[in-house]
Design a protein around this ligand. Structure first.
Ligand SMILES: [Zn+2]
Length: 475
């Protein structure tokens, strides 16, 4: 699904054609902007009342900060509430669980998933009440609508069946169910001794083939491996039309590569690179490739982008720390929770599909979000090293290159970073090459790198290593 293939009218026709979507008259994504905002603020008010009464963590924060939360009515007023750090949550995840008293039948704890990818250690439980499960099912049906999936699809779930309940695996079950698709869970992953349950890549591939899967759900990297293996073994994968590449990044080159190896009619295959986070319980997805990652449930999750230094909200389009505020949850509830990823957002109607709510947009390389610690900070600008690498690939006369990031003042952890590009040259004037590289990087990132010329073996000595080290982080 390319940007040129879709229009708001085409999307509305698609929704009208499928009763499972057409009956969703309350879908917030089809509301006018002011109507949606009124709904979000109504939800926010109710959420804050519940939090003030039943959240052990926030009751303490409101008391300590002497915060009159009755005065918070608008989304813009949220800045009065301090941000919640990942550390606070990981230290005591139970303190974020609403203890509603007396509980409604839908307040019962239904399911626990776990946050993953934390650099600080143990995963933390995230609780869903029955109320949340129903809400998430609606969210996932809307996600499937954005992704052009239909009840005629057959999805193979390629997320690992791990020892911790993870949303990749479970939400695939839920989205297939809410739409009414056929679903095959491949149960990939590693066996635990005594439990011979998991399937290999070849076995998963066989399931894709015999069930004539039209949708794959998994990480882009696993799907890529499966496609390459399919090509090698001559498996017929011509039934595939959508690859839900969720969780890790699927840059442009990788998407094209997957299509290329699928061969045949694969030009039509939609590689949908979704951003998935436990705190939002499902993926943000694309309506068309690189069209932005839609928040499928602006009625449940409010997204802010914050300046990494001041933690003040940034305007649309600027890159900063992504923060999530729950506005309609009953289990674990987080306010202004800083996930640790950098992203940029756009609100307002999507120019491609016409839906409301906000979308994450590509500002760094060809990916939507990157872990904050992977990013370089130079002159107050945030740069994804991937964007620099993209610029350097294919510069004529450059034999080897390497990015080095270091602190301007090595002993000061708040010091800005400095980017040095080390490179070796053949068949071209050094000065000429330096000018081109500096201009390219400046154009792509807004920062001015320092260039150092070295001999190739200083970067990459094939007698010592199999691969060149392209990025050295000395911070
Ligand atoms: Zn869209």
């Amino acid at each position: 699904m390319e940007k040129g293939d879709i229009s708001p009218q085409k999307v509305r026709d698609f929704v009208a054609d499928w009763p499972v979507y057409a009956r969703d008259k309350d879908n917030p994504l089809w509301m006018q902007a002011d109507e949606l905002k009124a709904m979000q603020e109504h939800n926010l008010r109710r959420q804050l009342d519940l939090v003030a009464a039943f959240s052990p963590y926030y009751r303490e924060v409101f008391r300590r900060e002497n915060l009159a939360i009755e005065g918070i009515h608008r989304l813009e007023d949220l800045v009065r509430i301090p941000v919640t750090s990942k550390e606070s949550y990981l230290t005591n995840p139970l303190a974020f669980l609403l203890v509603v008293d007396p509980p409604d039948p839908l307040d019962v704890t239904y399911e626990i998933t776990y946050t993953s990818g934390t650099t600080t250690g143990a995963p933390a439980p995230f609780f869903n009440a029955a109320y949340d499960m129903y809400n998430i099912s609606l969210q996932l049906r809307r996600m499937a609508e954005i992704s052009w999936m239909t009840p005629e699809d057959t999805v193979v779930n390629l997320f690992p069946y791990g020892s911790l309940p993870h949303i990749g695996f479970y939400r695939t079950i839920h989205f297939a169910s809410t739409v009414g698709m056929k679903l095959v869970n491949a149960l990939v992953g590693k066996d635990v001794p005594g439990f011979p349950l998991h399937r290999s890549l070849d076995e998963a591939l066989e399931l894709v083939r015999i069930h004539k899967a039209s949708v794959l759900a998994g990480t882009g990297h696993y799907e890529r491996r499966l496609i390459l293996r399919g090509e090698q073994t001559g498996a017929d994968l011509s039934s595939l039309r959508t690859l839900m590449a969720l969780g890790d990044t699927a840059p442009e080159g990788m998407r094209d590569e997957m299509r290329e190896h699928l061969g045949g009619s694969a030009a039509e295959v939609f590689v949908n690179n979704g951003y998935i986070l436990t705190e939002c319980q499902g993926p943000f997805v694309e309506c068309c490739e690189f069209g932005g990652n839609h928040n499928p449930a602006p009625d449940i999750y409010h997204i802010e982008i914050l300046d990494p230094d001041s933690l003040r909200p940034l305007p649309d389009g600027e890159v900063g720390l992504l923060a999530v505020t729950h506005i309609d949850r009953r289990g674990t509830v987080l306010l202004r929770y800083v996930v640790g990823d950098l992203a940029a957002r756009e609100s307002g109607t999507c120019p491609y599909c016409g839906r409301s709510g906000s979308r994450l947009v590509v500002r760094m390389g060809s990916t939507y979000a990157v872990r904050a610690e992977e990013v370089i900070r130079v002159d107050g600008k945030l740069v994804n090293p991937e964007a620099v690498r993209n610029q350097l690939a294919g510069v004529r006369g450059m034999v080897e290159y390497q990015l080095v990031v270091e602190k301007e003042e090595p002993d000061n952890r708040f010091s800005p970073d400095r980017l040095i590009i080390r490179m070796s040259v053949a068949g071209r004037m050094r000065q000429d090459l330096e000018e081109e590289v500096v201009a390219r990087v400046r154009e792509a990132t807004g920062i001015e790198p320092k260039v150092e010329f070295v001999q190739s073996p200083e970067i990459y000595d094939p007698t010592l290593a199999l691969k060149a080290t392209r990025f050295i982080d000395k911070r």
